[in-house]
Design a protein around this ligand. Structure first.
Ligand code: SF4
Ligand code: SF4
Length: 367
């Protein structure tokens, strides 16, 4: 049976048009009417990094919070800490950033919590039945609550190709140790003849895995372009976050994607599948506005927007909503491919369907 994906087209960048469209979509789909009085409703979202301006807008979140409250339920927003440098590396800076980006209680009407604790290490560990990942650590409230709402901003992503609901869940609902395992199959190398010794990758690497040569620690001696011929990645220290790939402007960082992205995609699916199995009622809302090549962790206001605005999608099926967004973006031609993004999402859809995460066949219900 095909899954329903509700779709309201919104082409303008006008904030009011976006708010009106969301309100209309919620009125039509009426997704919150089964919520019980006093039921906690977790809303997963990412606020984006400090330079990102295209993340899900707090005004849109406020509308969703307000609709949920009409049913006397108790919505709260949550995210987890990230594994790379920035203001979302720990809960203290992360919460301050949320406040400054308009996600404070007084603005959106619901509290925002960092679900994996002060340093991203908290949570409950579970064994998982997967050939690709053996255990995951997830926020401890998962398993105690019936409902989940996942709010995603549609973007490209350096590893997953498309980033929407599934990436938001699989990477965004696990603690740091599990994020690192998910990335651990990705082992970049430096192409010596392309490396200009600019040092950008060394500055950004969260694991201090890159140095100017194999003997010198980047902590003890700063990168010296006059002495070093190229950067070197210590494979034993690398956690596979992919930050150096984004940082290098000279195409000098190389990852063997044909070997790595298949495992990465399957880990995402197995993780998302396990997490979603813990909730009875699941709703996914994805905003196809300002669709950038890089995800909200990396993008800035100068980021390449590679697709016209699409609109808002809502579904109870995470695979169907992601597939529908990719199909809408690619309605004329494969814009992901043209933009130079990987097609990992194709593996995600195929493996996700096989594992029963959802349907790749869907009915687009236009509103
Ligand atoms: S992927 Fe690159 S930036 Fe990330 S830990 Fe490995 S070497 Fe460092
Ligand atoms: S960012 Fe690229 S060019 Fe610069 S040191 Fe690293 S690998 Fe070399």
């Amino acid at each position: 049976m095909k899954s329903e994906v509700f779709f309201i087209e919104v082409k303008p960048s006008d904030p009011e048009a976006r708010r009106n469209a969301l309100q209309k979509l919620l009125e039509r789909v009426n997704p919150f009417s089964d919520y019980k009085k006093d039921e906690f409703i977790p809303l997963k979202l990412t606020i984006g990094d400090s330079q990102c301006v295209y993340n899900v807008h707090p005004e849109l979140v406020k509308i969703i919070v307000s609709e949920i409250k009409k049913f006397k339920a108790k919505p709260f927003l949550f995210d987890t800490n990230v594994i790379y440098k920035g203001e979302r590396l720990n809960a203290i800076d992360h919460l301050a950033l949320a406040q400054s980006k308009g996600f404070g209680y007084t603005k959106v009407g619901a509290p925002f919590i960092i679900a994996d604790g002060a340093f991203g290490q908290d949570g409950k560990e579970h064994a998982i039945d997967s050939d690709y990942i053996k255990k995951i650590k997830i926020p401890s409230f998962i398993g105690s609550l019936d409902s989940l709402v996942v709010l995603s901003h549609a973007t490209g992503h350096i590893l997953s190709g498309y980033a929407g609901a599934i990436k938001n869940i699989a990477m965004g609902m696990v603690s740091k140790p599990s994020k690192q395992v998910q990335h651990s199959s990705l082992k970049p190398h430096v192409i010596e003849k392309k490396c200009t010794s600019c040092g950008c990758c060394i500055k950004i690497c969260p694991a201090q895995a890159i140095s100017s040569d194999t003997l010198r620690s980047p902590n003890k001696a700063p990168f010296d372009k006059h002495k070093a011929s190229h950067a070197v990645i210590d494979q034993t220290k690398c956690i596979g976050c992919g930050e150096c790939l984004s940082a290098c402007k000279f195409d000098a960082v190389f990852i063997n994607w044909s070997e790595d992205h298949d495992v990465f995609a399957k880990r995402l699916i197995d993780t998302a599948h396990f997490i979603l199995s813990k909730f009875k009622n699941k709703l996914f809302i994805t905003f196809g506005f300002d669709i950038t090549k890089e995800c909200d962790c990396i993008s800035t206001k100068n980021e390449l927007i590679f697709s016209e605005n699409i609109g808002i999608l809502a579904s109870h099926d995470p695979l169907a909503i992601d597939k529908a967004m990719v199909d809408l973006v690619n309605s004329d031609k494969d814009l992901f491919k043209e933009t130079g993004l990987l097609d990992t999402h194709k593996t995600i859809f195929e493996y996700g369907r096989k594992k029963g995460l959802g349907n790749t066949d869907y009915i687009l219900v236009k509103i």
